[in-house]
Design a protein around this ligand. Structure first.
Ligand SMILES: Cc1cc2nc3c(=O)[nH]c(=O)nc-3n(C[C@H](O)[C@H](O)[C@H](O)COP(=O)(O)OP(=O)(O)OC[C@H]3O[C@@H](n4cnc5c(N)ncnc54)[C@H](O)[C@@H]3O)c2cc1C
Length: 486
């Protein structure tokens, strides 16, 4: 008997993204428990002439995962948990398929594609490993995050897809294919970042690094001072391992985040464990410090970043004209802070205030001018924006559809609270991003289609040729992929 859970009743509930920015009514919502069950789903959908979309955690803002046909979640496929040596709990710690140590440190780690990033981080930590860079939340699945080109920040670091060394996927024909740069190289390129348009990703081999700690320094800084120091000698971006900034529109204030590598973790890879060089007395002091720091982080992360932030957005919704003053107060409420913890704890924050987002990757050399243009546009337009603009950086990479393909990149993200109008703001910002040859994040709102993308991605035709070869009947297509790839 095939192992599979299919949504009960005639039709599953309507599906929506985390932000409510895209919706659909799938005919079937299935969580296959084996590759045979998945293959059977593909065959059945093909016979019915309807589409199949894999879904992750629904954290894209676009209709990347939407379908009126079969929606497939890989949440359970291949999932096996192991007890955590420290806590005894097993729910977040998964068995990995393979760990191959690398000569220079770190390892190639093969995990199931439907694993959540949180579980992935905890699992890697258990092996004394980590991902070199991460985005700012861990709610996504690995396959979902890879499929849209999810990235973090750091001028010497790439996005997640460039850390992939192998992808196992099921093609439209139901074949399971192991791909890498050396085996089925073109399919590998299209599978590691391709919105699930060439197949359902089953497992991923990641290049990991030895687990490390990060020291985070967060501080309010005037916008003009930050813009002056973004490039040139000793600039903020190159001086830190992971630099990012949040600018509050209608103000001249930013919050900068500078994350730098501290010492590596202990040999047992325990995340966030304080070192104890001088015995039990030191341990007590360290523990007290950590408790204080945890309390402080709770105030900053939960109350300021989420609770108070929700309140400021609600107030801006009720009284939009107050937005500049609200932003001025909110940006002053953020006190400087410094803390050190396991890398994934520093990279990742909770995001409880719901928002819509557009993010474009622009050439790094143009980011200051782009920000000045957005500032001028916001002031001239009269729109009200209580959400900060986020600016991040990445090294150039060679992934075919990476937003950082072949160029040093700066990411500029505009957000709007879900209860506020966003169309004018996003259209104004998008015109500025496009003028700078910006490439839209595949999971965030934008209006580009294949014609617009062709000029931005030198390997787009290669990607589409792989799609033609492996999914000629367009089993994996939906409205979004048809708009992007034809
Ligand atoms: C609060 C918030 C914070 C975010 N922070 C960041 C950030 O810091 N950096 C960043 O770059 N992005 C960020 N994003 C965007 C997010 O990382 C991406 O949209 C990501 O794709 C979401 O992953 P998911 O698991 O929810 O996938 P989904 O949105 O469910 O799916 C994304 C795509 O992956 C495909 N897919 C999913 N599983 C498979 C599979 N097994 N095989 C083939 N295709 C598959 C889907 O079909 C779809 O095309 C953020 C989004 C939110 C809501």
């Amino acid at each position: 008997m095939l192992s599979m859970r299919i949504s009960p009743g005639r039709r599953p509930a309507p599906w929506t993204t985390w932000a409510g920015t895209a919706r659909c009514q799938p005919r079937v919502l299935a969580t296959p428990g084996s590759t045979d069950a998945l293959r059977a789903l593909l065959h059945e959908a093909a016979e019915r002439g309807e589409g199949v979309r894999a879904v992750g955690a629904g954290h894209s803002f676009t209709g990347a995962a939407t379908t009126s046909g079969t929606m497939v979640s890989l949440a359970g496929l291949g999932r096996r948990t192991a007890p955590d040596g420290r806590t005894g709990r097993s729910e977040d710690v998964e068995e990995v398929e393979e760990v191959v140590p690398l000569a220079g440190g770190g390892a190639l780690v093969t995990v199931r594609a439907g694993i959540g990033l949180r579980a992935l981080n905890l699992t890697l930590a258990r092996h004394g490993l980590a991902l070199a860079n991460l985005g700012d939340i861990d709610r996504q699945t690995l396959a979902g995050a890879l499929g849209t080109g999810t990235h973090g920040t750091g001028a010497r670091h790439t996005g997640l897809a460039a850390q992939v060394r192998g992808v196992r996927l099921m093609t439209a024909a139901g074949e399971v294919v192991d791909t890498s740069a050396d085996t089925h190289g073109a399919l590998f390129e299209a599978a590691r970042l391709g919105l699930g348009a060439v197949g359902i990703v089953l497992a991923v081999t990641l290049r990991t690094v030895p687990a490390f700690r990060l020291t985070a320094r967060e501080a309010p800084q005037p916008l003009d001072e930050v813009l002056e120091r973004l490039d040139g000698p000793g600039n903020l971006v190159d001086a830190h391992d992971h630099f990012e900034l949040y600018w509050f529109p209608h103000t001249r204030r930013t919050l900068t985040k500078r994350n730098d590598r501290a010492e590596p973790l202990d040999a047992d890879g325990a995340p966030g464990r304080a070192r104890d060089p001088s015995g039990p007395g030191t341990r007590t002091v360290e523990t007290a410090r950590r408790l204080w720091s945890t309390g402080r982080r709770w105030v900053d992360d939960e109350l300021l970043s989420n609770g108070l932030f929700w309140a400021t957005n609600e107030l801006a919704t009720l009284a939009p004209g107050l937005t500049p003053r609200i932003n001025a107060v909110a940006s002053r409420a953020l006190a400087p802070r410094t803390y050190t913890a396991a890398s994934h704890e520093v990279f990742v924050s909770a995001r409880r205030v719901r928002f819509a987002e557009m993010e474009y990757a622009v050439p790094r050399a143009d980011v200051v001018e782009v920000l000045r243009e957005v500032d001028r546009w916001v002031e001239a337009s009269g729109v009200h924006v209580p959400f900060p603009v986020e600016v991040r950086f990445a090294a150039a990479d060679d992934v075919w559809l990476s937003t950082a393909h072949g160029r040093e990149t700066a990411y500029v993200a505009v957000h709007q609270y879900v209860r506020l109008p966003r169309d004018r703001y996003f259209a104004g910002a998008e015109a500025i991003f496009r003028e700078a040859q910006g490439r839209p994040h595949w999971g965030k709102l934008h209006t580009l289609d294949r014609d617009g993308l062709a000029a931005l991605y030198p390997r787009l035709d290669d990607f589409c040729a792989v799609r033609d070869a492996y999914d000629p009947g367009r089993l994996f297509a939906n409205a979004y992929t048809t708009r992007l790839f034809g």
